[in-house]
Design a protein around this ligand. Sequence first.
Ligand code: ZN
Length: 195
Amino acid sequence: MTRNWHELFVDRGALSEGHFLLSSGRHSPAYVQCAKVLERPADAEALGQTLAQRVAGLAVDRVVAPPMGGILIGYEVARALGVPFLFPERDESGALALRRGFSLPQGDRVVVVEDVVTTGLTTREVLQLVRTKGGTPVGLMALVDRSEEHHVDGLPVQAVLQLQFPTFSPEGCPLCADAVPLTKPGSRAVVSGAR
Ligand code: ZN
């Protein structure tokens, strides 16, 4: 049975529509907070299973996911595939590195899992780390693909949801022009009302 994942995201408050102030300072008519769709372990497990099915034929050895957002869903994908999971962390220089005694066996076939792929910047960094350590990225998955290209470093993004919504500068925001109250995600506070 195919679940309506979009509905699940909305039900769990992971996908909201309105008028949001993003951390970038831009305004958006929608906001995604993947942590909310992973709040219930049964949902996280089901999402991990549906992503794992897409790489079932790829003989995956290991799952790698960047902190913080990727860790829960990456772990669930690893559980569904029955393979080990590891995560990199930023070192003193700010670069992603394997710490805590994690290592990547030479030639391991690796699936990289993200919560959201937008610009692909972090994803590209994880893929590079995997290659540097001798692994071979064979798959790239995300809960939400918000990218325009739908692939990073030649790997297609396999996502539960593909979401495309515009962002606006405050000056060019049509929602501001319509005096829709602006909210800051994660809080219930209304940042500004009608102008
Ligand atoms: Zn606005």
